[in-house]
Design a protein around this ligand. Sequence first.
Ligand SMILES: Cc1cc2nc3c(=O)[nH]c(=O)nc-3n(C[C@H](O)[C@H](O)[C@H](O)COP(=O)(O)O)c2cc1C
Length: 611
Amino acid sequence: MERLFSPLALGPVELPNRIVSTAHQTTLVHEHVPTDDFVAYHEARARGGAGLIVLEATAVHPSGLLTSHTLGGYLPEIVDGYRRVAAAVQPHGTRLYVQLLHGGREQIAGPPRPPAIAPSAVPSPRFRAEPRALTGDEIEELVAGYARCAELAAEAGLDGIELSAAHRYLIEQFLDPELNLREDEWADGGRFLVGVVRAVRAAAPGLGLGVRLSADSPRAGRIAELLVAEGVDYLSLALGDSATYLGSVGIVPPPPVEEAAIASRTEPFALGPPRIATSRMIDVEVADRLIASGGAEALGMTRALITDPELPAKARAGRVREIIGCTGCNACIAHYHAGTPLRCASNPRTGRELTLGAPEAAEKKRLVVVGGGPAGIAAAVEAGRAGHEVVLVEHSDRLGGQIALAGAAPGGAEVSRRFLANAERQLEVAGVEVRLDTEAWPEADAAVLATGARPYRGDEGLTAWDVLSGVLPDGERVLVADWGGDPSGLDAAEVLAAAGKQVTLAVASVAVGELVHQYRRNLYLQRLYRAGVRILHHHELASGPVLRNVFASELTVSIEADAVVLALGRVPVTVERPSGIPVERAGDCLSPRSLEEAVLEGTLAARRVFA
Ligand SMILES: Cc1cc2nc3c(=O)[nH]c(=O)nc-3n(C[C@H](O)[C@H](O)[C@H](O)COP(=O)(O)O)c2cc1C
């Protein structure tokens, strides 16, 4: 992986290698400045060997605070915040930039929201923001805001600035003829971008300056042309459009969007400035090959580094098998949208760098872990890494529990495959003995019970889990009765449609899959519609194929169906506690939730059980 680990000059700034943590909101921000958790989070990625860290989208003006956890790049106190991050990151050789952004009409915050502003008053369909048109004076004030932010970043000793002209945020809104209906001098959409680039250069002449754009945008060619003419130091190529349901999926694309999704989009941007290409780069070897083939000069591996901050160091040391690979589950961005601190479903230490240290054992003991789903796997790995002797017993013939089941459907296949591949490697490295098809527990000094869940009302008929296990109902017409929470009903509907069934998916919630992150859900909906699945919202099962409207219960509808498949939620599976030894429980056996809680609780249970 010579190419990945060779230095790269971005104008005045030399990166020690080509692996970049691109801008991503951490929600580790308080009062619009970095918290100690923020500093520790980025320090871990620098220590792990990232060549460049671009700090998250930072507001250039109070009107551009996307959420109450957005960095305020215009605040005098940001200088001290940046300095603390720089002092933690730069000694590792990692270069540090900040991304300056104004969302324009895109507003992620809940109330009280600032008034939305945009080149023209055109409502935004995804966030349902209804902006007013900026005055000429206000536009000048925003340009000055970018410049002021650049000055403060320079004062704090950052290495460079990145401007976001991506994702149809403010800069790109000026360049979009559907959103810029102005008749003054700002009708020239490039004027704002060029004005900002020049103002930032003038305000921070010694710093590197790169610009991010969405490579799949119809405006990308024009933006790149203007940037090359302005002599910017790099182009950061991302995907996606914040304004639409489908466009937003591209911002943080989950599988089944293909691995290295950006790779097919970089060629038109080989215009001189180095390209940092980002989106679904997971594997260091794939990344190295993309550089070798001339597809990019550096690579954003953002979720890959959210999952494993030590990815560069491990790759460099030939310890690729020890890398915890990103599954693409998008728990990270789900936290951003929920306004909660950044987390990773596969690595509970992400965002907890200050509180959840490496596994440590005082005295080697014997642990039995009962249940080989994500919680049990996490517990076994944690205890094994701490040096304990661990036996993991699983009553079925495979590991993974529900994540393995989800692997049968397109929406879960890659997340499942990657999670299980991580698990296999981590269990091996941790020296855990895995016993499949086993009911009996060996003698141990302590136990972690992680016995998972089963379908609610699973004894009343065929369930989504049965379908995912390969059991298909007789008959052509199938009704899937979905409570509207976890993705199992959606997965079953897709599997049934792919098997040639005529599927009606009745969903008893306001939106489809309310516990599924919106980017994954948007793709579920796309596939379900394309597969001809009939979606009936707001209906729950009354009896047989009769459905009742959840808002007007007197309204019923009878579905012509040969079979009904149940996806009505889950209930815990419990087993009797062994006596005489310390016991901890973890994951769905405490109450069924998501992968993230299972992995976290398994990890914590393994630490607690010997405490
Ligand atoms: C939690 C989270 C927050 C993000 N916030 C930003 C942001 O502030 N600015 C930006 O340009 N991109 C943002 N992104 C997009 C990432 O920079 C990156 O382009 C995206 O995650 C795809 O790359 P990956 O597949 O390597 O993760 C964010 C991504 C995540 C996961």
